[in-house]
Write a protein that binds this ligand. Structure first.
Ligand SMILES: Cc1cc2nc3c(=O)[nH]c(=O)nc-3n(C[C@H](O)[C@H](O)[C@H](O)COP(=O)(O)OP(=O)(O)OC[C@H]3O[C@@H](n4cnc5c(N)ncnc54)[C@H](O)[C@@H]3O)c2cc1C
Length: 370
């Protein structure tokens, strides 16, 4: 089958690779350069965690994805720290702790003293409860994406950087050309609703601020003393990483975000820096006043229920959607390819019930998975 994949982010690259490995003739198109600097997948790092609250579906698939991540040299299994200001009595952290423990994962519950002893960069007493999960960590996402594209090329995918798809009908029209195809996979991230307008009620694009701080004492922000973390994430949205080889500590927010047009300038919302400093100074005193090496406004493609969209279009049989990462899609990279290739081939799998076509809603208030 001739398949054109629109968008070389992690969804598109993983899909193109899996389709080529199954013997399809695949073209991957992106305005480029690839990895594209504005793509959500192109970043220093992404969190890879098993912890998904009470959602057993994501825990099950992440157990499989993690097993595959472990053979990727660009994945670093440092473990992940989940902190709560108050006792863990309900909510994301408690649900994750209970579900993962029930599934046999050896999590380490922490009280304020243990947090201070094991993770000394955190202000003593700022967090009273939480746990450390030794499984999981972070992936060098931009490099992972580049590696997927390279493997796709080696598998025979015709990778076309420098072309933007402007229309889709039995193939794609780019600014220069028309390319016919049996099936088109739209994996254009935040730009997907622009290419498939009927998804405007199903996918919403929001900007999320990312900060790269330069720690005055880098050693204090390295594993095992400092690992990727979330700090009362369901209530505050704050999460971050240990020192990156480039010398920065990345901090970001997994909150509601700011609705934005993907082609609009990527300026941080007013007050964004003040907000991160208001979080950092009482929680991570050694980062107080740390210079900013850079910031980024990265875009989530949010679905209403927080689940991905990997599905055939109900009335356009030549069209498959692969998007809706909703701020948590990168860690699923090792499984994305098979899910997308299955959707192209019309094969039902464990993801179909959650990622299949569902009626776009009139009001779109995205649910956050963790
Ligand atoms: C701030 C932030 C932090 C995140 N943190 C995490 C995390 O810690 N863990 C995790 O698992 N996930 C995380 N995510 C989510 C994850 O990054 C995304 O779910 C995933 O990267 C989305 O990949 P994608 O391929 O759908 O989109 P993208 O990576 O955005 O790729 C879309 C591609 O489509 C191309 N394109 C656009 N329009 C066209 C066109 N007309 N023609 C051709 N190509 C086109 C673009 O150039 C781009 O390369 C985070 C996301 C953000 C924004």
């Amino acid at each position: 089958m001739d398949v054109i994949v629109v968008g070389a982010g992690i969804f598109g690259a993983a899909g193109a690779l899996a389709l080529a490995q199954r013997g399809h003739t695949v073209t991957l198109i992106d305005p480029g350069p690839i990895p594209h600097p504005l793509a959500a997948s192109t970043d220093l790092s992404k969190l890879v965690r098993l912890d998904y609250g009470a959602d057993a579906f994501y825990v099950e698939v992440m157990e499989r994805a993690l097993a595959r991540w472990r053979s990727d040299p660009l994945f670093h299994e440092t473990g992940v720290l989940f902190l709560t200001r108050a006792a863990m009595e309900g909510g994301f952290e408690r649900d994750s702790f209970e579900l993962l423990t029930a599934r046999g994962h050896a999590l380490e519950r922490l009280d304020a003293d243990e947090i201070a002893r094991r993770f000394p960069a955190w202000a003593p007493g700022a967090y009273l409860d939480g746990y450390y999960n030794p499984e999981g960590g972070w992936a060098e996402s931009g490099r992972v994406l580049a590696a997927y594209v390279e493997r796709a090329r080696e598998a025979g995918v015709d990778v076309r950087a420098g072309e933007r798809v402007v229309d889709i009908a039995r193939g794609v029209r780019t600014e220069r050309d028309f390319l016919p195809a049996h099936t088109v996979v739209v994996a254009a991230g935040a730009w997907t609703p622009a290419l498939v307008p009927e998804l405007r009620g199903a996918l919403r694009v929001v900007g999320q601020p990312v900060f790269h701080l330069v720690p005055p004492a880098p050693r204090a922000f390295t594993p095992p003393d400092f690992v990727p973390w979330s700090a009362d994430i369901a209530r505050t949205g704050w999460y971050g990483f240990a020192l990156h080889p480039s010398g920065v500590v990345k901090i970001a927010n997994h909150g509601p975000g700011t609705v934005i047009d993907p082609d609009a300038p990527r300026a941080l919302p007013e007050g964004a820096e003040a907000r991160v400093r208001a979080f950092v100074e009482p929680a991570l005193p050694a980062l107080a006043g740390a210079p900013l090496a850079g910031t980024r406004l990265c875009l989530y493609t949010d679905s209403a229920d927080g689940d991905l969209w990997i599905t055939r279009h109900p009335s356009r049989e030549d069209l498959v959607i692969a998007s809706g990462g909703s701020g948590h899609g990168f860690k699923l990279a090792p499984l994305l390819g098979d899910w997308i290739a299955n959707a192209v081939e019309g094969v039902t799998d464990e993801a179909t019930p959650r990622f299949g076509w569902r009626t776009p809603r009139s009001r779109l208030e995205p649910a956050r998975h963790g």
